[in-house]
Design a protein around this ligand. Structure first.
Ligand code: ADP
Length: 578
């Protein structure tokens, strides 16, 4: 690079100088030759006039003498001829031996009374001459100047010109070499600067004060480097902030590249997974199949996925949320739920134990109250006994529901799932509730439009429908109507229980499936509700890998929907519980 630019510039300069010198030599020589010729011509004309005058005035002097004198004075060959063309005198040849000159072009013109002029090689002397002739009385005079003198002079001048050009060339060469050297050095500095930037050294600066094009290029590069450095500093700053933030989190965070390699892990992740090797395949770092499946799925479908991983650290469970990264890759956040799960389990166990312990005394209270009632007691004692029986029955239902909920929530209840047709499920519900509905004055019907089988535990789904239908009968009221339905939806079959009762105000809908959540507490209690029916239904549906929801409008009734997966496809999604 160094030599190339330098020699290229130098070569270009030398070429320009050489061309300029040659052009100058050619042009100047031509002009100079022309000017010399015209000068000689003018001088010769003047001298021939003087020559003619001298011959005219000094008639008594021998012509040879005058010619010799003029020839010497003019540094030219002088010739005098008579009107017949015979040479009377000549400074370079013997007139007697010279041929008749009447036909020489310059004499032809002179005999016509003009100034004759001609350039040619002399017959007499054999070299090129410039001839100028003028008429005189009885003849003509002529001066001839040898053009070889012009050639000699020209050669002399050209030699000097060549010498001067050579010197100019040397000086120009030195100047252009210095200039090329300076330019090449400036360019080399720009190249070195650009190379530093390429290698990531953004602190590199180039100090170019000149405002020529090279200076402008250097300035533009310098500004670019400055701006890049600022942007990188800002980026680095926000990266550090983000890293600090992620490191101060209590959750483990892991970034995985599109190729499934570990890109980054925060401090918690390093502790949880032992040693995290950057750029290693994620499967070597986090050996948990559920986690790896979630990450792999996010990489494939580019959507958020959740998972629960239990085999990463023995005795610990993590909730995993894996989300696609903006460009490519995945970021996974692992939240340790071991403690939450432990507390939850303690709570569930406690509720299950209490419910279990209450079961026997409640059955006993209920039994004795019924026995006493059967013994024919009357009056206010009977009334009290009735209240005792009713409340004992309610408490029994409550403990039963609590136990059921605790078992479903803990996963203790084992569902025996088989492929069943929605028609069979709806048929059984219609059969179980036909009489009850009739007694309540409610019309119960079903509309099955499904074409698929569902993968479900028939008894558990019957319980879900029973809870929903019980509520619907309760709220539809006498003269009301309930419609059971099933249709293919998404990856399974969606069941529905629709009533045309009072409906539920929209602000209650998001919390409706929480345990003990009731819209109207008094009415629920009055109707013997425990506030757990919907919570149980929700947990059973979730345990099936399905989903439950409600749509309701005040005074237009409510429709409860739940989705069960199709028998041939796996569960829809594992969703967290309330
Ligand atoms: P409960 O034993 O009180 O019925 P649930 O969990 O079954 O408890 O229902 C919770 C609450 O949801 C009920 O108290 C009631 O306010 C409301 N609800 C449930 N089903 C309906 C329905 N079909 N129409 C109106 N409100 C309903």
């Amino acid at each position: 690079m160094r030599t190339r630019i330098f020699f290229k510039l130098l070569g270009a300069f030398l070429l320009v100088i050489a061309v300029a010198t040659l052009t100058l030599d050619f042009a100047v020589r031509r002009a100079w030759e022309a000017s010399l010729y015209s000068q000689i011509e003018t001088t010769l004309r003047q001298k021939v006039v003087l020559f003619a005058g001298q011959v005219e005035h000094e008639r008594d002097r021998p012509l040879g003498e005058i010619a010799a004198e003029v020839g010497r004075g003019a540094d030219a060959r002088a010739t005098i001829i008579d009107s017949a063309g015979h040479v009377l005198a000549d400074t370079q040849a013997n007139p007697q031996e010279m041929e008749n000159h009447a036909s020489r072009p310059e004499f032809v013109a002179a005999f016509r009374g003009q100034l004759g002029e001609n350039t040619r090689v002399s017959h007499t002397v054999g070299i090129p001459f410039l001839y100028v002739a003028l008429p005189i009385r009885g003849g003509a005079v002529r001066l001839a100047y040898p053009l070889s003198a012009i050639r000699d002079l020209t050669h002399q001048v050209r030699r000097r010109l060549a010498l001067a050009s050579g010197m100019a060339l040397i000086i120009a060469m030195l100047i252009s070499a210095a200039f090329a050297h300076v330019v090449a050095r400036r360019l080399r500095r720009i190249v070195a600067f650009a190379e530093r930037i390429t290698h990531g050294d953004l602190s590199a600066r180039i100090d170019e004060n000149s405002d020529d094009e090279i200076g402008q290029v250097a300035g533009a590069l310098d500004r670019t480097a400055r701006r890049l450095e600022n942007s990188f500093a800002a980026l680095e700053n926000s990266r550090r902030q983000l890293e600090t933030l992620l490191n101060s989190m209590q959750d483990a965070v892991l970034a995985v590249s599109a190729e499934g390699r570990v890109e980054w892990a925060n401090g918690v992740m390093q502790r949880v997974a032992g040693r995290v090797r950057l750029n290693a395949p994620v499967a070597e770092t986090v050996r948990d199949p559920d986690f790896l499946r979630a990450v792999e799925e996010v990489l494939r479908v580019k959507q958020v996925r959740t998972a629960r991983c239990a085999s990463l650290v023995p005795g610990h469970s993590f909730d995993v949320i894996a989300a696609p990264l903006a460009g490519s890759g995945v970021v996974a956040v692992l939240h340790d739920v071991t403690e939450v799960e432990r507390v939850e389990k303690t709570r569930r166990d406690f509720i299950a134990n209490v419910s279990h312990e209450l079961r026997t005394p409640l059955t006993s209270v209920q039994g004795y109250a019924e026995t006493l009632l059967d013994s024919g007691i009357d009056g206010s004692t009977r009334e009290f006994l009735e209240i005792i029986r009713k409340n004992a029955a309610r408490m029994t239902r409550l403990t039963e529901d609590l136990l059921t909920l605790a078992r479903v929530e803990s996963g203790e209840t084992e569902f025996s799932r088989t492929p069943i047709s929605p028609a069979a499920i709806l048929g059984e519900t219609l059969q179980s509730f036909g009489e009850i509905a009739k007694a309540a004055g409610v019309a119960l019907s079903s509309d099955d439009r499904s074409t698929r089988l569902v993968h479900a535990d028939a008894d558990a789904i019957q319980q879900v429908l029973a809870n929903l239908v019980t509520n619907a009968i309760k709220y539809a009221g006498s003269g009301g109507r309930i419609l059971l339905g099933a249709r293919d939806a998404g990856p399974g079959v969606e069941f529905s229980v629709q009533d045309y009762g009072p409906g539920i105000p929209s602000e209650h809908l998001p919390r409706l499936f929480e345990r003990f959540y009731r819209v109207d507490k008094a009415r629920s209690r009055e109707s013997g509700g425990t506030g757990l029916g919907l919570a149980i239904a929700k947990h059973i549906v979730l345990a099936h890998g399905g989903a439950i929801r409600v749509e309701s409008a005040l005074n237009h009734g409510s429709t409860f929907y739940f989705l069960l997966p199709e028998a041939t496809v796996p569960a829809i999604a594992e969703v967290g519980s309330n």
